[in-house]
Design a protein around this ligand. Structure first.
Ligand code: HEC
Length: 133
C-alpha cells in the first residue's frame, strides 16, 4: 500500500472518531446557548419563580413539587421525576407529553439540542452549582 493511501486512511479514521465523539458528547456550554435561544430563560430563573418554576435542582426532582409555585394539576399529579428520559420527552413536545400543562412552549425537535440542554440543567442548574447556592 502506498504511503499516500495509508496517510489517507489514517486521516479518515481520525476524522471519523472526532466527528462521532463530537456528536455524542453532551455539551453543557452549548446547552446554555440553546437554553437562551429557546427562551427557557424568559420563563425560568435559577432560584426565583418567574412565569415558570425555578430550575435549580430540577434534574432529579419530582415534577410539580416546589413549595409555593402554582403548578397545573396535570403537572402536580404526573408522578414524574425529571431525569434524562422524562426531560427529553417533555422538552421535545410539552403538550403532547403532558397534555394540560401550562408551559407555553412548543417543543424542541433536535435531539442533540435537547441532550446539550439537559446537560446544562444537570451541571449549571444542579443544586450544588455556584449559581444555585
Ligand atoms: C412561556 C414560558 C415558558 C417557557 C418559554 C419555558 N417554560 Fe418550562 N415551565 C413553564 C411553566 C408555566 C411551567 C409549569 C407548568 C405546569 O405546572 O404545568 C414550566 C415547567 C417546566 C419544568 C418542570 C419543572 C418542575 O418543577 O416540575 C421543566 C423541567 C421546564 N419547564 C423546562 C423548560 C425548558 C428546558 C424550557 C426551554 C426549552 C422551558 N421550560 C421553557 C413556563 C415556560
Amino acid at each position: 500500500m502506498s504511503l499516500y493511501k495509508r496517510a489517507l486512511i489514517g486521516f479518515t479514521a481520525i476524522a471519523f472518531v472526532s466527528i462521532s465523539t463530537g456528536a455524542s458528547a453532551a455539551d453543557a456550554a452549548r446547552g446554555a446557548q440553546v437554553y437562551e435561544e429557546q427562551g427557557c430563560n424568559g420563563c425560568h430563573a435559577p432560584k426565583e419563580a418567574l412565569v415558570g418554576p425555578p430550575h435549580c435542582g430540577v434534574v432529579g426532582r419530582k415534577a410539580g413539587t416546589l413549595e409555593g409555585y402554582p403548578y397545573s394539576e396535570v403537572m402536580k399529579d404526573s408522578g414524574l421525576t425529571w431525569d434524562e428520559k422524562t426531560l427529553h420527552q417533555f422538552i421535545e413536545s410539552p403538550l403532547s407529553f403532558l397534555s394540560g400543562s401550562n408551559m407555553g412552549y412548543a417543543g424542541l425537535y433536535d435531539e442533540k439540542d435537547r441532550t446539550d440542554l439537559i446537560e446544562f440543567l444537570k451541571t449549571q442548574r444542579a443544586a450544588a452549582s455556584p449559581e444555585c447556592k
